[in-house]
Design a protein around this ligand. Structure first.
Ligand code: AMP
Ligand code: MN
Ligand code: MN
Ligand code: MN
Length: 283
C-alpha cells in the first residue's frame, strides 16, 4: 500500500518544477495525507504551501533540506517541523544561498573554458527567483543540446571530475543539526544510500549524527532500491534512530518517484512521526 506520508519534496523555491501551491494540489490529488515541503536551503515556500494544504484538506509539515559537507562529501540533512521564523536558521540559510550563487558563477566560468557559454546566465534565468542549483545547469545544458537528458548531463558535466563541477564547502553537520534543533525541528539524514561512503564511514556517520542529537534517517526514499529500504531499516534500528520516508519529488517525469506511490516503511521501523499529532489525526 502507498504511504500516506511524504516528507521530502521540492518546489520552484529550489529545484522543483511546481510552485508550492501547485505541489500541494498535486500531492493531495495523488492521495498524500501528510506532506512536508523540503526545498534546498530555503524556507521561502512554506507559508504558501501550508495555506494551500488547508484548502486541500491535507496536513502540512514545515521542512528544509540543508546541504552539508562531512568528510569532504556533500550530504543532505532534512529538517522537519522547523519554525520558519527562527532567526539563526534563516540567517544561516541566507549565507548558504549567497555561497550557492558564487559557486554557480564559478561553474559557469569553468564551462566557458570548454566552449559552453552563458551557462550561469542560462541557469540563473531558469532558476528565476529561486536558489541556483546544479539542476538548473542541467536543464540549461539539455535545452541547449549538450546532452540528451538530465541523467546523462550530470554524468558528463556536473559530477566530481567533470568540467561543470565545483567543490564547495557547505555547512558542517553539527551546525545543521544544531540549527534544526534550535528551530524546534527534527533532523533527518536524507537518502543515505546515495552517498558513496563505504561501510565504516556510513557507521561513523550514523554514530556521529545520533550523538549530535539527530532524530531519523530516510529509509524509504525515491532513490533507494527495495533492498536499501531493508538495509537502512536495519541501520536505523541498530542506532536507535527513527525512520522517515519521502519521494524526493521534483516534478513529474524528472523525479526518482512520483508522489503518492512510495511504499510504507518496513515493519521494524519507528516512524519519525510516531509522536506527531498529524499521525494521530489520521486514525
Ligand atoms: P546542488 O545542491 O546544486 O549540488 O544540486 C543538487 C541537486 O541536483 C539534487 O538535489 C538533485 O535534485 C540534483 N541531482 C544531483 N545529482 C543528480 C543526478 N545524478 N541526476 C539527476 N539529478 C541530480
Ligand atoms: Mn534537488
Ligand atoms: Mn537531496
Ligand atoms: Mn531532495
Amino acid at each position: 500500500m502507498a504511504a500516506l506520508f511524504d516528507l521530502h519534496c521540492h518546489s520552484t523555491v529550489s529545484d522543483g518544477l511546481l510552485t508550492p501551491p501547485e505541489l500541494v494540489a498535486h500531492a493531495a490529488k495523488r492521495g498524500v495525507k501528510v506532506l512536508a515541503l523540503t526545498d534546498h536551503d530555503d524556507l521561502g515556500g512554506l507559508q504558501a504551501a501550508s495555506e494551500a494544504a488547508l484548502e486541500h484538506g491535507i496536513q502540512f509539515v514545515n521542512g528544509v533540506e540543508i546541504s552539508v559537507t562531512w568528510k569532504r562529501r556533500t550530504l543532505h540533512i532534512v529538517g522537519l517541523k522547523v519554525d520558519i521564523h527562527n532567526a539563526p536558521l534563516k540567517a544561516a540559510l541566507n549565507k548558504v544561498r549567497t555561497g550557492r550563487d558564487e559557486r554557480a558563477q564559478e561553474m559557469g566560468t569553468d564551462l566557458t573554458r570548454i566552449g559552453i557559454h552563458g551557462a550561469y546566465e542560462g541557469a540563473k534565468a531558469l532558476a528565476k527567483q529561486s536558489i541556483i542549483t546544479r539542476t538548473h545547469f542541467a536543464r540549461f545544458l539539455v535545452d541547449n543540446g549538450h546532452a540528451k537528458d538530465t541523467k546523462s548531463v550530470f554524468k558528463k558535466y556536473l559530477v566530481k571530475g567533470k568540467p561543470g563541477f565545483k567543490e564547495h564547502e557547505w555547512m558542517d553537520l553539527k551546525s545543521a543539526v544544531d540549527l534544526i534543533k534550535g528551530a524546534g525541528g527534527q533532523a533527518v539524514i536524507a537518502h543515505p544510500g546515495r552517498y558513496d561512503l563505504g561501510t565504516i564511514n556510513m557507521l561513523l556517520l550514523m554514530h556521529e549524527f545520533r550523538s549530535l542529537g539527530g532524530t531519523a534517517i530516510e529509509v524509504v526514499t525515491g532513490s533507494h532500491t527495495p533492498a536499501q529500504y531493508q538495509q537502512f531499516a536495519k541501520i536505523a534500528h541498530k542506532f536507535s534512530l527513527k525512520s522517515s520516508l519521502g519521494s524526493d519529488f521534483h516534478g513529474s517525469g524528472i523525479s526518482y518517484m512520483e508522489m503518492g506511490c512510495i511504499p510504507d516503511l518496513p515493519e521494524i521501523c519507528v516512524p519519525v512521526w510516531d509522536d506527531w499529532p498529524e499521525a494521530k489525526l489520521l486514525n
